[in-house]
Design a protein around this ligand. Structure first.
Ligand code: HEC
Ligand code: HEC
Length: 265
């Protein structure tokens, strides 16, 4: 009896140990949500630049458009002979210094649209915290210019740093910032008008095989600027699709959605 009980306990402990071992071997999935910044009141310009660098190349989603050729201006390298962003930022708008211009580019991108580009840049103030925005400004200034962002630019009232930006509601973006495609599609109300895999309405084209008609670029454009091109047979419905998704999704959500739809052949 005792021997049997001990054997069972032994097996249980052994199994638990094995699973713990396996669990620790599985690589941790990186969180897609922008990392919280822990920038104290004494943050240095160097710390801001480092944090901005990480955001730019990571969760900020900037590289979905910038640095990939013609969709958006180069920021870290020369743009049409005007130098990298830190060198040209002070010359964009009369009376606006570099710091003010870059901050405006992030929070109100339509205030000044760089010539030759479409106004597709999302308003970053909706998805990033003030600290994160200022970290990006510092990082961009450091590319060809002088960093003049300091702790005093960062609103003191917004601790804890970096977590949820204004708006809250469980996180930035649609559906609490989820990057699960069907959660986003339902959360954004796409299925009110579109069918996908048998689910949804019939006001707009069925999206089940959209990847076989449209490239990822055209799908992105259809979402950001629905009126740029009208789907064949839907001319009467031009203007029906909301034009606000570019402000509502985070850049990361948008890319996840575009890739998901492009994969629906
Ligand atoms: C969906 C595409 C897209 C994403 C994502 C995006 N941008 Fe942009 N951005 C653009 C386009 C297009 C322009 C040029 C048109 C304009 O001025 O709005 C631009 C302009 C800018 C400018 C002004 C450039 C100049 O030469 O004056 C800055 C600065 C900038 N973006 C920073 C960022 C940063 C930082 C991020 C990430 C947090 C980001 N952008 C994410 C598309 C994008
Ligand atoms: C209120 C209705 C409505 C909503 C909501 C809506 N759309 Fe649309 N959508 C349309 C209509 C109508 C068209 C066709 C006319 C056009 O191209 O503008 C369209 C066109 C499209 C196209 C181009 C399809 C093709 O075959 O050319 C894509 C892609 C698309 N929508 C994706 C989305 C996504 C993703 C969402 C949710 C984020 C969404 N739509 C939300 C009505 C809607």
């Amino acid at each position: 009896m005792w021997a049997t009980n001990l054997r069972i306990i032994g097996i249980v402990i052994g199994t638990l140990a094995l699973y713990t071992l396996i669990a620790n071997k599985i690589p941790q999935v990186q969180s897609e949500v922008p990392h919280a910044l822990t920038l104290g009141a004494n943050v240095t310009p160097e710390q801001l630049v480092t944090a901005g660098d990480q955001l730019y190349h990571g969760a900020g989603g900037c590289t979905a458009c910038h640095g990939l050729g013609t969709r958006a201006p180069n920021l870290l390298t020369d743009e049409k002979g005007q130098g990298p962003i830190g060198a040209r930022c002070g010359k964009r708008e009369p009376g606006k210094d570099c710091k003010a211009y870059i901050h405006e580019s992030l929070t109100n991108p339509r205030a000044f649209v760089v010539q030759g580009y479409e106004p597709i840049m999302p308003e970053m103030g909706r998805t990033l915290s003030p600290q994160q925005l200022w970290a990006l400004v510092a990082f961009l200034e450091s590319n060809g210019g002088t960093v003049d962002v300091s702790a005093s630019d960062i609103p003191a009232s917004t601790t804890p740093a970096g977590g949820s930006p204004p708006g809250g509601g469980g996180g930035p973006g649609i559906a609490g910032g989820s990057t699960d495609p069907m959660t986003m599609i339902r959360g954004a109300g796409c299925t009110a008008c579109h069918k996908i895999s048998g689910e949804g309405g019939a006001i707009g084209p069925d999206l089940t095989h959209v990847g076989s008609r449209l490239s990822a670029n055209l799908i992105r454009e259809s979402i950001l600027q629905p009126d740029a091109k009208t789907a064949k047979g839907y001319e009467k419905f031009k203007g029906v699709m909301p034009k606000t998704f570019g402000h509502q999704f985070t850049a990361e959500q948008l890319e996840a959605l575009v890739q998901f739809l492009a994969g629906h052949k």
